[in-house]
Design a protein around this ligand. Sequence first.
Ligand code: GDP
Ligand code: IMO
Ligand code: MG
Length: 427
Amino acid sequence: MSTVVLVGAQWGDEGKGKVTDFLAERADIIVRFQGGNNAGHTVVVNDEEFKLHLIPSGILYSDKLCIIGNGVVIDPVVLEKEWQSLIDRGIPLAKLLIDNRAHVILPYHRLQDEAEEELKGSAKIGTTKRGIGPAYADKSARTGMRIVDMLDDEELEAKLKLNIENKNRLFTSYYQTETLDYDQVLREYKKQAQWLRKHAADCSEVINDAIDKGSKVLFEGAQGALLDLDFGTYPYVTSSHPIAAGACLGAGVGPTRINKVIGVAKAYTTRVGEGPFPTELNDQIGENIRKQGHEFGTTTGRPRRCGWFDAVIGRYSARINGLNYLAITKLDVLSGLPEIKICTGYKLKGELTTTFPASLKTLAQCEPVYETMEGWQEDLSEVRKFADLPKNAQLYVNRISQLVGVPVALIGVGPKRSETIILEDIF
Ligand code: GDP
Ligand code: IMO
Ligand code: MG
């Protein structure tokens, strides 16, 4: 049995797409288990760039099976477009299955996401406005539409009618925005259902059967630990569970079926959207990292906030995910800096703490305590062996590993599949 859960260890955009694509070569099945098209996973093969939002990052291997699990919220319009755009590029793709139990994002979810952000004003979350939060809220409220419902005309009509009536009431009286036309939405979703029918399946059964037969399964997380609904910087989080445990719920596999958990972390930290960020750099260094690392959102194009590596977050993430390994990405981006800082703890009311606080008020009072290390000037993009990295880069990676308490399995030295240093075999 060989199953690996890959998760973001920070606030998302750690390079999960790249690492998933890299590891997928050795996997048989690649599964997305939570989130939706709020995710933007970039894969670069040779000189071609692919931005994936819903389709697993293993899709570029035609001999694999890719699965969108029950824990994902699916915007069928976006999904079909993404699939078609890959086909249009003429690449032979992996097979794609979509779980019957996954919930569907409807136009009213997108409207509600936007209206809610507008209403919150300066207290907004900074969501991707893709309807993710409202879709998960309806799932919990038991008013959601699942793929299996959408594929049944009677169910689709009845649920859509009731939901649009209720949402339109909300849009007129509370949000004071436009309303939706039932017939128009029904037409669009009936059309999407025809396409979805070819891919829908009971994916939990497929995955568990494959594990029984010895297949290698890679679970690809979206977002990151600090955006987790329970463990993230609530309320500035997403509405799903990006941590490793989410793979069990979102793919229908028991915890006893998971062998390894790998956390992807950037060699520094970034965040998109609102919310606290202790090591944020609002200065020229932060600006340089953004420029050097092309830190602009894959989904929304927003500039990402940049800061130093935070080992308090690293340790917290290792704990809540049960990390076996770290994949450290974008080490190459730090080349050229005279010195690099790592946050080893927080100073809170004069005391040193290494525990990530639950209260945002407390977090806002935390001052990062830094350790300064010497930088390196060399370009790393051609390096393929740890021993060939400049000494200071080796020391930096080793220090991150020591502070987080997790061994490093892989290092990213560029966006391309080939720009990777392997330290431990994952599969
Ligand atoms: P994800 O959401 O975690 O998959 O990450 P994104 O794709 O949103 O953002 C990561 C960005 O960094 C993408 O543009 C990747 O192509 C790029 N990237 C990934 N790993 C590396 C790396 O090791 N070095 C460099 N320079 N870029 C990387
Ligand atoms: P990947 O998978 C980075 C952030 C949004 C916002 C918060 C809530 O590419 O790492 P949502 O639309 O989910 O309700 O927004 O979560 N966010 C991400 N930030 N990477 C992502 O995905 C994100 N998905 C959501 O910016 O702060
Ligand atoms: Mg991303």
